[in-house]
Structure formats: structure tokens, C-alpha cells
Design a protein around this ligand. Sequence first.
Ligand code: DGT
Ligand code: CA
Ligand code: CA
Ligand code: ZN
Length: 593
Amino acid sequence: MPDPTNTEIAAALDELGDLSELDGAAIYRINAYHTAAKTVREAPVSVLGLARQARATELPGIGATIQEKIIALADEGAIPATVKLRAKFPPGVIEMTHLPGLGPKRARRLFEELGIDSLDALRAAAEEHRVSSLRGFGPKAEEAILASLRLAGAGERPARVVLDKALAIADPLIAALREHPASQRVELAGSARRMTDTVKDLDVIATASDPLALARAAAQLNLVEEAGTPTEAGVRLRTHTGIRVDLRIVAPDQFGNLLQHLTGSKQHNMALRDAAVRKGLHVSEYGVLDDATDETHRCATEHDVYALLGLQYIEPELRENRGELEAAAAGALPDPIELVDLRGDLHCHTTSSDGTASIEEMALAARATGYEYLAITDHSASFGFGDEVSPERLRQQIAHIRSVDVDGLELLAGSEVNILPDGSLDYDDELLGELDWVIASVHSSFRMSAEQMTARMIRAIEHPLVDAIGHPSGRKLERRAAYSLNIERVIEAAARTGTMLEINSNPDRRDLNDIHARAAAAAGVPIVINTDSHRTAGFAVARYGIATARRAWLTTAHVVNTQPWHAVQALRPRHLNGRPRRRLRTGASTARG
Ligand code: DGT
Ligand code: CA
Ligand code: CA
Ligand code: ZN
């Protein structure tokens, strides 16, 4: 058997975790396997290589026992503990544990009490209503199982990688290539350069004094698990995290053409080509051919490519064929917001709910980020923090926040309150009125009809003490779809009441997404870009919220927290109540309807 890759080792550890859970092992043991699997999956170097040098234990969450298991997997083809447990539980039972909403405890009961040992057997049992006869299952659970089976049967999509995980590989990879003596220019292209939510693979382009030497060096990098044959044109790589990389090497005078071509998007390129053909120009990755002179212009920079076509330079985030070519031709592109434009963050957590740092630590981290203000918005009682954030405790927290003095930072007492299923909030108005800032989010009862969810959301939006709605769609990239929601009606209600909508910067959320953020801003909804930090390092994810905002064509004029706190405060619904609302947007209309 060839040496197991990081992906294979991670899968083996996850399998052992699942089997141990089926077997009723202690929770810490189960968690240890899954934590180790995550570490291995994200490790940039070969974990087996480390284990062979007895150095895998340097990775977080990997001790001597797991290191031994990794060696055994390589040497014996399987982890002995896994072999033992596989004899107890058929593979179909493990598959059952992965069905959304089922999990190991219930899968084990289905196996032991009904003898169900495969997905097919489970489907048959559910269709014959044998599952609902089991105590604790019922007709609803049976329905949910059938729905999950239908989704599982729909065939697995090839996995896409969430952008932060991809950039965690792209950044060091590009840095390493830039350091190589043969390299000249090295740039990221493709969807990662456009800062899309997820990417299929990484596209990197370079120029080099010795292209073959650079391609060979790339294939030898520590990050690389497997490489194709290096040539003067580049090399294809697979990194230890499983992400694939296309490295293309070109002549310096064509660098702009190739960077433009490989940055995409495909839709942008196709529309660009069509527009160019109407001017007698043919755009390709090798140059721009002019029909009139039969001359091919090679472009060293992308600016040259766009200028040749009579277009303003278009930022990569805007290249999705969503009107940017028409705007560039008219000289009407927006001036997209940048990270440095943010002056504060209005959504973060501390140890009072599920954060890992104190109020003081978060305040210092925000100031170190360069912010002028920070709202502490711990979860409310009904999120499951009960006494931790009972009304009494929240009053103490408000007092605590007001007593913290961090020079140069305005600290605001806020809360992220739950929007209950009926659209009401879980603190009373008197308490909400004592807060400087209220953000309201849905954290429970996701499975409602679009009609119900929209009504629930609009009721929260109409509450005069709600300043903003947090992560409005509830999606988790590659993990959980957005709940059913009529976003147009939500945007309409937010615009009508002056309630702000959040772009949550967490790279697993990016919520509002680019399309909805653009529609909201075009409707006049004030947008707030927050990190939802749960730790001091969390403020760094603002770059993803900014990326979504740029992809949504937003400028500083659309985003409230580009303004000082006193200006944000004046914009809040509670101040606008009963008065005609000042429109935030000042610039020309930048978004299409
Ligand atoms: P993804 O799926 O996240 O990797 O997205 P991209 O945009 O990185 O797509 P990829 O890696 O398949 O291709 C990189 C770029 O190459 C793409 O953004 C535009 C260009 N490209 C690829 N296929 C075509 C095509 O059929 N026509 C044109 N005009 N350009 C293409
Ligand atoms: Ca790509
Ligand atoms: Ca590619
Ligand atoms: Zn939050």
C-alpha cells in the first residue's frame, strides 16, 4: 500500500472516532480522534513524514498514541483498534452515522434493535414505517431520515474548499515560490484571487529566468504531497491538505494576458471577448490580436489588457459578469471599500458566552487592529447560556463594559439576542433599551417554511430596538444551507425601518452573501461588516467580509462602520423612529436591480 496521504490519515482517524462512538466510548476519546483528524487534514506538511521522525506529536491534538496509530495505518494498512471495531459494526452502520440528523447513538440503536445495517436497509425500514415504531423516533424522525437519504442519494458534489483554508496554503506557497532565485513575478489567479466563498483549486502564475528550475522547485516544496511532471510551462501539484494547484509559467511580456485570463471568471472572460470582437480585437491568454493591423499585442500587465480594450481597470472581485464590463466601458465602476476603511466592529463574543477571551482582551485586540470602537455582543440567555447571561448578569456585564477603560477605544455594551420562533426577542425592551447596540440573529428552529421564517425575521426587523440583523441567511459554507427565507421581503423591511443588515465576515459564513448584500445596499439598507470574533485573533477575518462587500460593489458610503460611532449611532432605527429616515447612500446607483 502506498503511504497514506494526510487526507487518508484524517479519514481513518474520523472513522475510528465514529466507530468508538458507536461502541459507546468516552466522549473525550471520541473527540480526541476527530480533533486529531482535523489537525491532520489541515496540516501543510506530510503528517506520516513527521510521525516517522516521531515529530507528529508537535502538532496540536496529536499525542504519542495517535502517532502510533498513524504509523500502524501506514505499516499494517489499518489501525488495529479500527480493525477490531469494524468486526462489531458493519460499514453500512458507519455510513448511517453520517446521515444528517442521525448520528452514532441512533444509528447503533437502529442496528441493534432493528438489525438495520446499511442505507438501503434503512430506507426500506423507514418506508415500511418500522423506524417510527422505535421508542424516541416517531413519524417526524422517519420523514427526516427519508429526506436525508434522498439527499445522500443525489450524489456527492466534489468538495470545494472554503477560501480561508485555500489561502492558508496559497499564501506560503506563493511566498516560497517568490523566494526561489529563478522566479521573477508570482501571482495568485483564479477564484481565490476573486475572493469567492469557496474554491475548487488554486491557480498560480509566474515568470521566471529559468522556468523549468522553478517548476521543479515547486514540485519539491514541503507543502506538496504529489506533483505532475514539471515542464517549462509549469506543473500541477496536490498539497497535503488535498488542495490542487495549477502553476503556469509564462514569458514576462505575456504575464498580463495570462493573469487576466486565469483570474477569470469564465463568464467575465467570455463577455470580455464578445465585447472585444465588436471592436475587431481578439483576446486570448497569449495576447490581444488586432484585426485591422493583424498585430498581436502582448501585455505585461492586466492594466494594459483592459486599457487596450478601452476599459477602466476592473478589480478581480468584480469580475463575475455582473455589469462590470458595461460600467468599465462607461467609466462608472465603483470605488470598492477596503479593509482600512473599517473603523469599528459591532459583533463579538467574550467568555460571558462562547468566546475565549475577556472583555478587556477583546478591547485591546480591537484597538491593536486599529479600530475606534467595539461592541461586545455576547449571546442571550435562550441561546443556551442561561444564567451566564440572565437579565441580571447582562446588567452586570453592561456595568463591567462601561467600567473598562481602553485608551483610544470606545467600548459599547451590546448583545446578540435570539430571534425566537415567533419573531420576538429574548430580553425585554427595558433591558434592550439599556444597551448601546442590539444585534438580533436566528440561532434555532431553522426548519420553518419560507413564509414563517420571513415573518419571524420581519418582526425582529420591525422591533425599534433592533439595530442590526446578524448573519441573516444562517448558511454555513459547505456545511449547512441557508434557511428558507424570502430575502427580497427582508431587504424591503430593513430598508423601510432603517434596520441594518450584517455582512458576517466569518469565512465559513460570508453572510449576507455578495448578491444579497448588493441588492440590500441598492435598496438603501445600511450594511454593517462585522467579524463575530470569538477570540482575540478573530478580528483578522474582516478581510473576508470586506471581500464579500467588494464583490457586492459596496463603497464606504454603503457601510456604516466606515463612519465614527457617533454617526453610526445617529443612523440607528431607535433614533429614526417617527422621523423621516435619512438615506445613507450618497453615491450614484451602483447596483443593478
Ligand atoms: P474554481 O472553480 O474555484 O477553481 O474557479 P476558477 O475561476 O478558478 O476556475 P478554473 O480554475 O477552472 O479556471 C481558472 C480560470 O481560467 C477561470 O477563472 C477563467 C479561465 N477559464 C477556465 N475555463 C475557461 C473557458 O472555458 N473559457 C474562458 N474564457 N476562460 C476560462
Ligand atoms: Ca481555480
Ligand atoms: Ca484551475
Ligand atoms: Zn455572534
